[in-house]
Design a binder for this molecule. Structure first.
Ligand SMILES: Cc1cc2nc3c(=O)[nH]c(=O)nc-3n(C[C@H](O)[C@H](O)[C@H](O)COP(=O)(O)OP(=O)(O)OC[C@H]3O[C@@H](n4cnc5c(N)ncnc54)[C@H](O)[C@@H]3O)c2cc1C
Length: 1392
């Protein structure tokens, strides 16, 4: 985590690296106190040190025992626990810092696998230095006049003094050079009218407030109630050597001179920064634990950073608020740029504070919204929560007297002080919690005029109004923002800046639900959209996603708004509201299960216009833009070494805001594409705008874009640098300094972009250029851009003279290069085809570190692409030159050994590519086609891509016989072994020996409840790649995308993982937790989709593809030689089907393959009862139909009961779903409730409380015996005799007695069968019993247990449930078997 104190002092000179910018301002203002500020910050992982977090609080002895027992089984010998001598040492703790000398990943994994260990993360060290010169702590006299100030841009205007030497990447400073021109201080507490509350006798008494900062000197004259000073650093002092901590404490609790808000509060001073402003994550964790122990009420944290993925830190913040600690934190000093909110202030449960000056202007330095960590989910959230004075605020000097500081680290204690004071005014302190306090602050905040919500949040702190609200507070839920008015400008910017229209991308508003009723809560039923019909509410469609559980104190409600078709030509305002009911366990009554509820309304108002013409609509590709964290993406401008990470989201409402505003002012409508290219209707848009993309492209995206452009869409690409040598230099820096990581791309991912544009004969180079030039009479600056390496000969190319920045970075040589092609314009040849414009640098449209804007160029390019008007200034430019055909620089290749390296290698070996995908079958046959794209196919694709399992060195398997066999195969891959021999004698919960073998290797003692580490390690060996293609209907993940997302898996979350990506790690990165170690089905679906991406398999996956026929053929050689019987190697398969286009069209395809793997699962064809009337329209066979009926409100509490048939888990899920919406249920099934074969009787109660509940209901509440479950009746040992058209259902019991029931709908949930309709006779001839249909349990496909090849049809394989492996943990053994078999065949072919 990058932690740095968020304070900007009034600097008049700034040292940047070795250069000092001269202080002109200082000369102008001789009477002011002048300080020179040198800011240095960086974050570093501490070599060999790891934070080991436990699953609970344990004594030091127990912690040590866990760690030694975990490491006993590993190769790690040289390790020790780092002693921590601080006030928390006497108490149990939930973490330990361990030093492991060897660079041993396996050791870390062993630790991670210990049942009491939650996670292992590197220890981080944080630096920041403020160096005051002249009068660092000069005491200024008090007076009460105001500050006025001007801020100067933090971006250097001249670049001459920045050297690009060997220290290129050292972070030597961060924004600043902000200058104070004239400053006259003011008393902040009185300005906010704290004195009114003081006069009423409220002064903070009885409230415990903690200051996490640089400490406080003993006997400081300003403080009367310092309860405790604690030191968490490695310096043996409690005193403040810097003055920052004293200042912050003073703003909160000083009793004299520059008076704080709550002088009688109990002050707890936590010294977490050294005098050199160094800190470690572990210091914070200990100090946070201690704060929980001490029952701190309010905690000020004037720190922040962009790393929202420092999990130990962020989790601890959640734990603090869950323990009722009100966290107040500074939002960051990275304004005025948007998308610069810092963590943890950007969290829902933390009060994030921005800064204003005493004129009520938003301070220039104050970070602006939206939250960027939520962007992949659709859109960010409104933050800061609130703003208050942060410029020239007076607070306590280090020894006494007063001084002034600026920054959001100053605004934060203003709010923390106010919160402390407010808390002391409330009689019933039980009512005060992080949510209720935040609710009071934001409900009372005063809206600043002319300022938008991403700048001011809810507005300026109003202490007295907050006091009034808090003192009449009743526990309730509330929403932030409390309404959605897309017409309200400027407050609702960016929403108000563009009306909505039919066919546009959904507008997403991310609303925070605050729950003042309790730390946990839930949303009752579902939020409901209520259109106001007289106000045209039915002209919009509103969809919602929301957190089912609210914890701690908060949750989300994402509202997605689109225009209804009927309003496509209409203009006007539409209104309605969303209604949410929140329930929380009643205070002190959690035992009885009683709940309190609160209903909140979210008014919605939008402006609708007729859909604009295509030429005016620009689509911004957000999907392929990535940012730090989780990946390390270097800045686009390499000179910006002070702020090297690309962390602002690259969104039109963050760092591309100026560009967006410009396009709006030019009359364009800009929409955001948050999904792959395959997911939009290109006929709606004039131009697709791709700027600085970092992500890879799916093959079907490449195909789709080509078609779209052929059909008239145009494309503008603003690219950036990508040079592997420069990237390696960054990596080099990483290794030597133990900082940073390997970058995931350069400024942009040019190899991926080149894949996208190569079809038109275009490519960017790996050249890296920089310099000033003039184009079409505009001054331009090229900031670390690339050149165009190839361009069609009939295109227009413009070149410039630039400096070779690559050489400068790598060799410190300055070379000027003439005729560097940087801009290209091209009309594609197909009739009605679109146009393409490429430019090699994005800095000129990016707000972060932009030197000179080039919006004029964007206008000209859009004139060309969207309106087909060639700007003469470009076509007749004197810098026009012949398009390059051969680049001076080679085309960039993906950086080796970075995450994405396996992709090009795989491609080189042979990618099926789009050309394999055509209507006719004239192409070369593929070695393997996999049908289905669920976990079976994904796992097999991983193996076939060259990932090979080896036995990990030093691994010991608990099964001694297997261990002996494994010892013998050390050094060669498991794939090459005699798998039959290895699996001999093993027993497990699958009938397939290789399923048991693979499971035993990966989870050596899984069935015993142990967590022993896998004995396998994986290596990527591209030479063993088997070219293949995966065809599937939906996104990668198969059935998991069809299962209702909020349900919990039956298996442990870890058991659903596939090799190479730990599920737990992935969950952690998503900041999610497992419940009872189980995950939701949505998590699993997302994990598989992500898996395919990060492991570089996506080139092999063609989604949206339905296979309709697979038939064996004779190969041509066999046809010539008809008398010979078919052999496996001679057989070919013809696979036919269609590919669903984004526009909903079906394009047919045909492929030939030597081998076909059936991995189509069993989920697609639900089983039927065979009862009369089962095909009536109110009888359904999928649980998703129940969800749809509930969503569309076709069912409700007053409906006739729904009939649910079945006693499996899906039926149980249906019971729970219906009950959740208070819909009455009749539940019938054939067996007795006590039948040992019922799945409920096999599930441990603790692990599966929800299924246990259903079982209890099934047992206790039959028709005859009434139980506590109103609206539910169970009918065991019954079957359905028939359904009739008047919605009557006849049920029959074991004795033949029939009863008639009126029902609203029936759901037959008794399992499903595979759909093999694409095979002759539905594949029956392949089954164990060829007389019966294929069934995963009773009649799977008859395969060789050691190859999974069909016994009847060589060349045809079956995986997963089709071969009898119904659980994900077992189907992987099948993938191993198929891989081994295919490799063997391949080797035989090669030998032939
Ligand atoms: C409600 C439910 C809960 C479950 N819980 C668990 C659990 O907790 N633990 C566990 O291990 N397993 C669980 N399973 C089982 C698990 O889903 C399967 O074992 C697993 O998904 C099988 O993977 P697969 O890749 O073989 O098939 P699937 O995941 O079924 O994927 C096959 C894909 O192929 C596609 N397809 C089918 N026909 C065609 C065609 N003609 N053309 C193109 N594509 C086609 C299908 O649409 C499907 O998307 C559960 C299953 C269900 C239904």
């Amino acid at each position: 985590m990058l932690l740095f104190l968020l304070c900007s002092r009034k600097p008049v000179g700034l040292e940047l690296g070795h250069a000092t910018i001269t202080n002109h301002q200082g000369l102008l203002c001789p009477n002011c106190t002048h300080l020179t500020l040198k800011v240095e910050f960086s974050t570093a992982m501490v070599e060999h040190e790891y934070i080991v977090a436990f699953k609970g609080y344990f004594t030091a002895k127990a912690r040590s025992k866990f760690i030694s027992s975990a490491l006993k089984n590993s190769d790690v010998v040289d390790w020790k626990i780092i002693p921590r001598d601080n006030p928390a040492s006497d108490y149990p703790s939930d973490f330990e810092v361990v030093q492991i000398k060897e660079a041993h990943r396996d050791g870390l994994l062993t630790l991670q696998d210990h049942p009491h260990i939650k996670r292992v993360t590197p220890q981080r060290k944080v630096f920041r230095t403020l160096k005051f010169t002249h009068s660092a702590d000069e005491v200024v006299p008090c007076n009460d006049t105001r500050w006025t100030q001007k801020w100067q841009s933090s971006r250097p205007l001249r670049r001459t003094s920045l050297s690009l030497g060997s220290g290129f990447w050292h972070a030597t400073g961060r924004h600043s050079s902000r200058r104070l021109l004239r400053a006259i201080p003011r008393q902040v507490a009185q300005t906010l009218q704290a004195d009114v509350l003081w006069q009423m006798g409220y002064t903070g008494a009885g409230v415990k407030v903690a200051v996490f900062d640089t400490g406080l000197g003993e006997k400081h004259p300003h403080f009367k109630n310092v309860k405790e000073r604690t030191n968490w650093t490695n310096e043996k002092t409690l005193d403040d050597g810097l003055g920052h901590g004293t200042f912050v404490a003073g703003v909160i609790a000083s009793m004299r001179e520059c008076q704080g808000f709550a002088p009688d509060s109990e002050l707890h001073v936590f010294r977490v920064f050294t005098n050199n402003q160094v800190s470690y994550t572990s210091w914070f964790l200990d100090a946070f634990n201690y704060a929980i122990l001490k029952k701190i009420d309010v905690l000020n944290l004037s720190i922040g950073g962009p790393d929202f993925m420092d999990h130990p830190f962020v989790d601890k913040v959640w734990e603090l608020t869950a323990n009722k600690v009100i966290m107040v934190s500074a939002i960051g000093n990275d304004g005025p740029l948007y998308g610069t909110l810092n963590n943890p202030a950007d969290q829902m449960d933390v009060i994030g504070v921005g800064g204003i000056d005493f004129e009520d202007n938003i301070a220039r330095f104050s970070s602006r919204g939206m939250t960027t960590w939520e962007l992949p989910g659709g859109y960010g959230r409104v933050k800061p929560d609130i703003v208050t004075y942060g410029s020239g605020v007076r607070g306590s000097g280090i020894k006494g007297g007063c001084r002034s500081l600026s920054g959001t680290s100053v605004a934060s204690p203003v709010v923390a002080g106010a919160v402390t004071l407010l808390a002391s005014t409330v009689q019933n302190r039980e009512l005060i919690n992080p949510a209720s306090m935040k609710q009071a602050l934001i409900a009372s905040a005063r809206r600043l005029p002319g300022v938008n919500m991403f700048e001011q949040g809810h507005g300026k702190l109003d202490l007295l109004k907050a006091y009034q609200i808090l003192n009449s507070y009743r526990p309730q839920a509330s929403l932030s923002p409390s309404y959605i008015d897309l017409t309200e400008c400027p407050y609702m910017w960016p929403y108000c800046s563009q009306p909505i229209y039919y066919g546009g991308m959904p507008t997403i508003v991310n609303v925070t639900i605050l729950n003042g009723m309790g730390v946990t809560g839930r949303i009752v039923d579902k939020p409901i959209w209520q259109p106001y019909l007289p106000q045209n509410g039915d002209s919009i469609e509103v969809a919602m996603s929301y957190s089912h559980m609210l914890w701690p104190w908060s949750g989300y409600l994402a509202v997605s708004i689109t225009v209804a078709k009927k309003a496509a030509l209409w203009e006007g305002i539409a209104q309605g509201h969303v209604m949410v009911v929140v329930a929380s366990p009643a205070e002190n009554d959690s035992e009885t299960g009683a709940e309190q509820t609160s209903t909140v309304k979210l008014p919605v108002k939008v402006k609708i216009i007729p859909t604009p013409p295509r030429s005016k609509r620009v689509l911004w590709d957000q999907y392929h833009n990535l940012r730090y964290p989780p990946g390390y993406f270097p800045r686009d401008n390499l000179r910006m070494k002070n702020d090297p990470l690309d962390w602002n989201g690259d969104h039109i409402h963050t760092n591309f805001r100026d560009m967006y505003q410009h396009l709006r002012s030019m009359g364009y409508f800009v929409e955001v594409l948050g999904a792959p290219i395959t997911c939009f209707d290109a006929s709606q848009y004039g131009t697709l705008l791709m700027v600085d993309s970092e992500e890879e492209y799916f093959p079907e995206e490449i195909i789709k874009l080509r078609r779209d452009i052929d059909n008239g869409l145009s494309l503008i690409v603003f690219s950036d640098w990508y040079n592997t040598s420069v990237m390696r230099k960054v990596k080099f820096y990483d290794e030597n300094t133990r900082q940073w990581w390997m970058p995931d791309t350069g400024g942009a991912n040019i190899p991926a972009l080149n894949d996208l544009i190569s079809v038109w004969g275009m490519a960017f180079s790996d050249g890296l250029y920089e310099g000033d030039f003039s184009m079409a009479n505009h001054d331009m600056y090229y900031a670390s851009g690339c050149s165009i390496a190839k361009f069609p000969q009939d295109g227009i190319v413009i070149a410039q003279t630039l400096k070779d920045q690559g050489l400068e970075v790598l060799k410190q040589e300055t070379t000027v290069v003439d005729n560097v092609p940087i801009l290209g314009l091209y009309q594609t040849p197909s009739e009605g085809g679109g146009r393409i414009a490429l430019y090699g640098d994005s800095n000129c449209i990016d707000d972060s570190h932009r030197q000179k804007d080039c919006f004029w160029l964007l206008d000209s390019l859009l004139q060309y692409t969207s309106h087909s008007v060639m700007p003469p200034s470009l076509s007749h430019s004197e810098n026009r030159q012949r398009p390059p055909t051969v680049s001076e620089h080679p085309l960039p290749e993906r950086l080796e050994d970075c995450n994405r390296m396996d992709l090009p290698l795989a491609q080189a070996a042979m990618s099926p590519g789009p050309e394999q995908f055509s209507e006719t079958c004239e192409r070369q046959p593929l070695p393997v086609v996999i049908i289905g794209n669920g976990p079976s196919a994904i796992c097999l694709s991983y193996f076939l891509s060259g990932h090979r399992p080896y036995v990990r060195k030093g691994a010991v398997h608990p099964n001694p016989i297997l261990q002996r066999k494994l010892q013998d195969i050390a050094g060669s891959s498991v794939v090459e072994q005699d798998l039959e021999f290895l699996s001999e004698g093993l027993e497990g919960r699958s009938h397939n020996p290789l399923a048991v073998l693979f499971d035993a290797l990966v989870r050596p003692d899984g069935d015993l409840g142990g967590m022993a580490e896998s004995v396998l390690t994986w290596r990527l060996e591209p030479k063993h790649l088997v070219p293949h293609l995966v065809l599937g209907k939906g996104p990668p993940g198969g059935a998991w995308h069809s299962i209702e997302g909020s349900m919990f898996t039956l298996s442990l979350g870890d058991w659903m993982e596939l090799p190479g990506l730990h599920f737990r790690d992935w969950m952690r990165r998503k900041r999610k937790n497992l419940r009872n170690d189980r995950a939701t089905t949505r998590d699993i679906a997302q994990y598989y989709e992500h898996y395919v991406k990060v492991l570089g398999l996506q080139q092999r996956f063609v989604c949206g593809t339905v296979v309709t026929s697979v038939k064996p053929l004779l190969s041509s050689s066999a046809e010539e030689d008809r008398v010979e019987p078919l052999t496996a190697s001679r057989k070919l398969y013809e696979i036919q089907g269609f590919h669903q286009t984004a526009a909903g069209l079906q394009s047919p395809f045909c492929i030939h393959a030597e081998n076909v793997v059936l991995a189509t699962g069993t989920y697609d064809s639900p089983a039927w009862l065979g009862a009369d009337g089962e095909d009536l329209p109110y009888v359904f066979h999928k649980i998703s139909d129940l969800e749809t009926a509930l969503q569309k409100q076709r069912l409700g509490p007053d409906s006739d009961p729904v009939l649910i048939v079945g006693a499996g888990l899906t039926a149980a899920d249906a019971v729970l779903t219906a009950r959740h919406s208070n819909v009455p249920v009749i539940h019938t099934f054939r067996r007795a409730v006590s039948d040992s074969g019922l799945v409920f009787n096999q599930l441990p109660k603790m692990m599966y409380p929800e299924y246990h509940k259903v079982h209890q209901m099934m047992t206790e509440q039959s028709l005859t015996s009434s139980g506590p479950y109103k609206g539910y009746s169970s009918l065991p040992k019954h079957h359905v005799a028939r359904f009739s058209a008047d919605k009557k259902c006849v049920l029959e019991d074991a004795s033949g007695k029939r009863t008639v029931f009126n029902i609203s709908m029936a759901f037959i949930l008794i399992g499903s069968n595979p759909n093999l309709s694409f095979l002759p006779s539905h594949g029956k001839h392949l089954a164990l019993d060829p007389e019966q249909p294929v069934n995963s349990r009773r009649n799977p496909i008859d395969t060789n247990p050691f190859t999974y090849e069909s016994v009847q049809e060589p060349g045809l394989y079956a995986l997963g449930p089709l071969a009898g492996d119904s659980f994900v943990r077992f189907l992987q053994g099948g993938a191993l078997a198929v891989t081994a078999s295919l490799l063997k065949k391949r080797n035989v072919d090669l030998m032939d």
